[in-house]
Design a protein around this ligand. Structure first.
Ligand code: ZN
Length: 267
């Protein structure tokens, strides 16, 4: 699943790959995109800059058009050399200059916006935990300013509150912060809310992706091989790495995304 740190790395890679050079070829591979005629509208245009916020990617072109992509669960963007054979499986869209190709896989939300048209949702996004000028503790404090009855585990995934935390980092952040995901945000102290922002930003910045899995836990030297490289995520029923109590899991929020937590370490 793409989470914040991936989109930032991607923003750099994708921008370096194709910015400043005209698109010589725009290939629409996914039939659902065909009605937008993205190939006709973008061929010859030049990428000026590209921005990633949470799972949103915005490509701004010289014509004033903006390509907006939201990755949801499985979408991804990749950059390739122009001479490479790019994988066709899952391909939705490819933008090629003479030097490089950036390719979008598994969609699912892609829209080419004409100059002056509103870009959906992006204006309502909360601050990005990985932005250069981000103050993560202040971003965490935004939690205490929202509807007090909402559960913490749902609120930290709300891209209007803070941008970047996906389902894995939700469970991992709240475990390390010692905060029960089922608490109402109205019960958070400012210290707890600030710590959630700081820990989330730290995890996003240092999380390692290994064969598609996020690693946030490193077993101590000499320890037995870990079942997973996470503190609680994906560890239902296994002993908590701190206290040994069985890790629990349950669907949370309107989207019923699974939350993992330790009932003893998280209060
Ligand atoms: Zn525990």
């Amino acid at each position: 699943m793409p989470e914040g740190q991936v989109s930032h790395r991607n923003a750099l890679l994708l921008t370096r790959a194709i910015a400043g050079r005209p698109l010589v070829r725009v290939h629409v591979a996914e039939p659902r995109l065909a009605p937008q005629r993205i190939d006709e509208r973008l061929t010859g245009d030049v990428l000026q800059d590209m921005q990633a916020r949470g799972k949103h990617h915005l490509f701004r072109f010289r014509s004033g058009r903006v390509l907006h992509s939201h990755l949801r669960m499985n979408g991804t963007w990749r950059a390739y050399d122009a001479r490479a054979d790019i994988p066709s499986r899952g391909l939705w869209l490819a933008l090629a200059t003479d030097d490089a190709v950036v390719a979008q896989y598994r969609g699912p939300d892609i829209r080419l916006v004409e100059p002056g048209e509103p870009i959906p949702r992006i204006d309502a996004l909360g601050p990005d935990l990985l932005a250069d000028d981000a103050v993560p503790a202040d971003i965490g404090l935004r939690l205490v300013g929202i509807e007090p009855s909402r559960e913490v585990g749902e609120a930290i995934m709300d891209q209007r509150v803070m941008s970047g935390i996906g389902n894995v980092y939700k469970s991992e952040t709240l475990f390390l912060a010692g905060v029960d995901p089922w608490r109402a945000v109205g019960t958070l102290t400012p210290e707890e809310a600030g710590a959630i922002g700081e820990i989330g930003a730290e995890l996003l910045a240092t999380g390692v992706r290994d064969r598609g899995r996020i690693r946030t836990y490193r077993p101590p030297l000499g320890a037995a091989r870990a079942d997973t490289r996470t503190w609680v995520y994906g560890r239902r029923g296994r002993p908590c790495r701190r206290c040994g109590a069985p890790v629990r899991s349950r669907g949370q929020g309107d989207a019923n995304r699974t939350t993992y937590w330790c009932p003893d370490c998280q209060r």
